[in-house]
Structure formats: structure tokens, C-alpha cells
Ligand binder design. Structure first.
Ligand code: FES
Length: 106
């Protein structure tokens, strides 16, 4: 975790063993407490908000319609690149992904 313009940022090294895990789960498992993830990945809490930097947005992809709706409920207003990290599935193409964390999740 390193400082970024919008708060700390997470760097992930995506290993084959991480395949299929969500970014939220990987971050929580790594002890990053700036991701609250109150609902455990059920897309009902919006406390796993992250901001994907422009250079990663195409590879990460766009949010689903349901995620897009939930992004209206983040504590820090959504911005370009905002995603709910429980909806980002890690796979080898995302090796080296980093995201920024909002100042707060509540
Ligand atoms: Fe609740 Fe992502 S963990 S919406």
C-alpha cells in the first residue's frame, strides 16, 4: 500500500493462485483495512470502493448495471474509474494492477 493522490493505493501481484478471487477478497486477505466490504461481496454495501487509474480501466472493464447503481451509494462520491472491488475478478491479465483507495468507505 502506497500513498496516492486520492489516498493510499493497493498494488496487487496477481499470481495464478489468485485467479478468480475478487480484488476485494485479495485486499482483505492482505490486511488492507481501508476496504470495509461489509456485505462480503454481495454488491449491497458499496464499502469496497476503489478507483481504477486510467491506464488500467480498459483491462479491468466496465461495471455491470447493478454495480453501476450501487456506485451511487459510495461514501466518497464516485468518479471516473470508480469500481466496487468485490466485482473485479483477478486474472493473469490484471497482473500488476494497482488501484487507489478513497479517503473513507463510510
Ligand atoms: Fe459490499 Fe462490495 S463488498 S458491495
Amino acid at each position: 500500500v502506497q500513498p496516492g493522490p486520492h489516498g493510499p493505493r493497493i498494488d496487487t501481484e496477481v499470481q495464478a493462485s489468485a485467479d478468480g478471487r475478487s480484488l476485494m477478497k485479495a485486499a482483505v486477505d492482505a490486511g488492507i483495512d481501508a476496504i470495509a466490504a461489509d456485505c462480503g461481496g454481495n454488491l449491497t454495501c458499496a464499502t469496497c470502493h476503489v478507483i481504477v487509474p486510467p491506464e488500467w480501466q480498459a483491462r479491468v472493464g466496465a461495471p455491470s448495471a447493478d454495480e453501476d447503481t450501487m456506485l451511487d451509494y459510495t461514501a466518497v462520491p464516485r468518479q471516473s474509474g470508480s469500481r466496487l472491488s468485490c466485482q473485479i475478478r483477478l486474472h493473469p491479465e490484471l497482473d500488476g494492477l494497482w488501484v487507489e483507495l478513497p479517503e473513507r468507505q463510510y
